[in-house]
Design a protein around this ligand. Structure first.
Ligand code: DQA
Length: 142
């Protein structure tokens, strides 16, 4: 049982980028937390890309193979119908995670295309959001 943990543009810079918003912990720390939250019998496949098409290809590859997808699409959240379409072609649960509380930020971060597909949306829990999302997918699919 594999959970695909996807991170989009600029999340490779977690810990260095705007730490007053995103904190000092790194993407590796997030993956470690997600792995620790994983139930018996589940594994995490963690991937990050700054490229929309790469994320879409990975979602296609997850079809028929991953139990669920945890995704922080970064700024593509607010722009990408293509990412939404790819997630709509995936059958399992999808949980959208944002490290920051996007609804307290600029207006353009308040709308998410991905939320039209997501079974749950987590914003503002910091890295704990990834762990909560993984626990939920284990509960839903285990
Ligand atoms: C983010 C929020 C997005 O608005 C932003 O573009 C990001 C990160 C978050 O994790 O809080 O890159 O998805």
């Amino acid at each position: 049982n594999t959970i695909l943990l996807l991170n989009g543009p600029n999340l490779n810079l977690l810990g260095q980028r705007q730490p007053e918003i995103y904190g000092h912990a790194t993407l590796n720390d997030a993956v470690t937390l997600a792995r620790a939250a994983c139930a018996e019998g589940f594994g995490i496949e963690a991937k990050q890309s700054n490229w929309e098409g790469q994320l879409i290809d990975w979602i296609h590859e997850a079809r028929g193979h991953a139990a669920g997808i945890v995704i922080n699409p970064g700024a593509l959240t607010h722009t990408s119908i293509a990412l939404l379409d790819a997630l709509n072609a995936f059958d399992g649960p999808v949980i959208e995670v944002h490290v920051s509380q996007v609804h307290r930020r600029e207006q353009f971060r308040h709308h998410s295309y991905v939320s039209l597909r997501a079974d749950a949306v987590i914003a503002g829990l910091g890295l704990e959001g990834y762990a909560a999302a993984v626990r939920r997918i284990c509960d839903l699919t285990g």
